[in-house]
Write a protein that binds this ligand. Structure first.
Ligand code: NAD
Length: 371
C-alpha cells in the first residue's frame, strides 16, 4: 500500500543530483531499519527544468511540491544558463517554490563539529560544539516592501527606494516558529532588530515581547540590536541558542554564523510555511546552503553532508522523528571523528573520500549506531 506521507525530491543542477543520490540511500536505510514509510516523487528544477520545459520549474512540479509533506532540493544554476531570460533563470524555480509554498520561516542551523573546529576562522575554543539555530523571516521586510524602485528626480539625480515594512501577523508567526524550536532546545531565545533607529524594529521588539509573554512564559527572551549581534556572533557565538530576526538582518547574520562553522558543504537549511488548518503540518522545503558547485560537478567529489543534514531536519521538523534525526547527526559525527573528509573539508592526515564513499560511511555508521 502506498504511504500517505510524501517526499518530493528536486535534485536540480550541478552537484545537486550527486548529493541527493546519497540522501536517497539514507532515506532507504530509514525505510528498511526504522519503518520510515514514505512515498517519493522526483521532478526537475533549475537549469535542467529550463532545458526540458523552457521554465525553471513546471506547473506540474509545483503542484506535486504543494501536495508533498516535504520537498528536498539539491541546488540550482550553472554557467550554461547565465544568459537565459531573467524570469526563466534557474533561481526563479527556487523563488517560485518559496512563494507558492508560502515559506516564511528560514531555519539555518550553524553547527560546528569538534572534528572540524580547525576549519573555522575563529579559535577552536570559541566554536567547538557551537550549535545555533537562526530563524530568519523570509517573505517580508525590505526585500518585498513597497514603494520600491529607482526614480529619476529630473535634476540629474536619481533616487533608489526600498521600504522596510512588517505587520503584526508576520512578526507573530515567525516568533512562534522560533519559540516552538526554543521550547525543543534550551528555552533560550534571542531576538534581533534595530529599534534604536527603525520604527519597524520597535514594532518587532514589542510584538516578540507580547507573543513570548503571553504564550511562552517558560522562555528566557533576550533582545540584541542587529549590529551588536553581528559583533557578538564573532566574539562569543556560543552565548546564543535560537536567534529570531527579520529578512535583511537574517540574511547577513546567518551568513556570519555559517562562516563560523568552516565549510559550505556542511550547512543544511529548512524553510517552513504556516501549519495546514486540517493536518496541522507546515509546508516545508529542505536544502543545503551551498550552490550547484559547477567547478566540481560530475566528478564525484561533492560533500553530501549538508544535504544529508537537511534530511535530518526534515525528519525532525516535518516527520516528528527527533530520535531518528539525532541518530543521523550522530552517524555523520562518527564519520568525521574517524577522519573521513571530502575535498572541501580536507585536513592534514585525514582520509580523502568522494561523494559516494562519504555516503557509504554514513550508512555504515547508521548500521553501527542504529541497529
Ligand atoms: P557554490 O556554493 O556552488 O560553490 C562555492 C564553492 O564551494 C565552490 O568552490 C564549490 O566547489 C564549493 N562547494 C559548494 N558546495 C560544496 C559541496 N557540497 N562539496 C564540496 N564543495 C562544495 O556557490 P557559487 O560557486 O557561488 O555558485 C555556483 C552556482 O550555484 C551558481 O549558478 C549560483 O547561482 C548557484 N547557487 C545556487 C544556490 C541554490 O541552489 N540554493 C545557492 C547558491 C548558489
Amino acid at each position: 500500500m502506498a504511504s500517505n506521507r510524501k517526499i518530493m525530491v528536486l535534485p536540480g543542477d550541478g552537484i545537486g543530483p550527486e548529493v541527493m543520490g546519497e540522501v536517497a540511500r539514507i532515506i532507504d536505510w530509514f525505510g528498511t531499519h526504522k519503518s520510515f514509510d514514505v512515498s517519493i516523487d522526483h521532478d526537475l528544477v533549475g537549469g535542467c527544468a529550463y532545458d526540458a520545459h523552457g521554465a525553471a520549474i513546471s506547473d506540474a512540479a509545483v503542484e506535486k511540491a504543494l501536495a508533498a509533506d516535504a520537498v528536498l532540493l539539491g541546488a540550482v544554476g550553472g554557467p550554461q544558463w547565465d544568459n537565459v531570460a531573467y524570469e526563466a533563470r534557474p533561481e526563479a524555480g527556487l523563488l517560485r517554490l518559496r512563494a507558492d509554498l508560502e515559506l516564511f520561516a528560514n531555519l539555518r542551523p550553524a553547527i560546528c563539529f569538534s572534528a572540524l573546529a580547525e576549519a573555522s576562522s575563529l579559535k577552536r575554543e570559541l566554536v567547538e560544539g557551537l550549535d545555533i539555530m537562526i530563524v530568519r523571516e523570509l517573505t517580508g521586510g525590505v526585500y518585498f516592501g513597497e514603494p520600491r524602485g529607482i526614480s529619476d528626480l529630473g535634476n540629474g539625480q536619481r533616487r533608489g527606494i526600498n521600504t522596510q515594512v512588517y505587520d503584526t501577523y508576520e512578526i507573530e508567526r515567525i516568533t512562534r516558529v522560533a519559540a516552538d524550536i526554543a521550547m525543543m532546545r534550551s528555552k533560550k531565545l534571542a531576538s534581533s532588530e534595530k529599534r534604536n533607529v527603525m520604527e519597524s524594529g520597535q514594532l518587532w521588539f514589542e510584538e516578540v515581547n507580547r507573543v513570548i509573554a503571553t504564550d511562552y512564559p517558560a522562555i528566557e527572551l533576550q533582545h540584541v540590536l542587529a549590529d551588536n549581534c553581528a559583533m557578538q556572533l564573532v566574539r562569543e557565538p556560543k552565548q546564543y541558542d535560537v536567534l529570531v530576526t527579520d529578512n535583511l538582518f537574517g540574511d547577513i547574520l546567518s551568513d556570519v554564523a555559517a562562516m563560523l562553522t568552516g565549510s559550505l558543504g556542511m550547512l543544511p537549511s529548512a524553510s517552513l510555511g504556516a501549519p495546514d488548518a486540517e493536518t496541522g503540518r507546515a509546508r516545508a522545503l529542505y536544502e543545503p546552503v551551498h550552490g550547484s558547485a559547477p567547478d566540481i560537478a560530475g566528478q564525484g567529489k561533492a560533500n553530501p553532508i549538508a544535504s544529508i543534514m537537511s534530511f535530518a531536519m526534515a525528519l525532525k521538523y516535518t516527520f516528528d522523528r527527533g530520535a531518528d534525526a539525532d541518530l543521523l547527526e550522530r552517524a555523520v559525527m562518527q564519520v568525521l571523528d574517524k577522519g573521513l573528509r571530502t575535498g572541501d573539508i580536507m585536513q592534514a592526515d585525514m582520509q580523502l573520500v568522494g561523494t559516494s564513499a562519504m555516503g557509504d560511511a554514513v550508512l555504515q555508521a547508521l548500521d553501527e549506531l542504529g541497529n
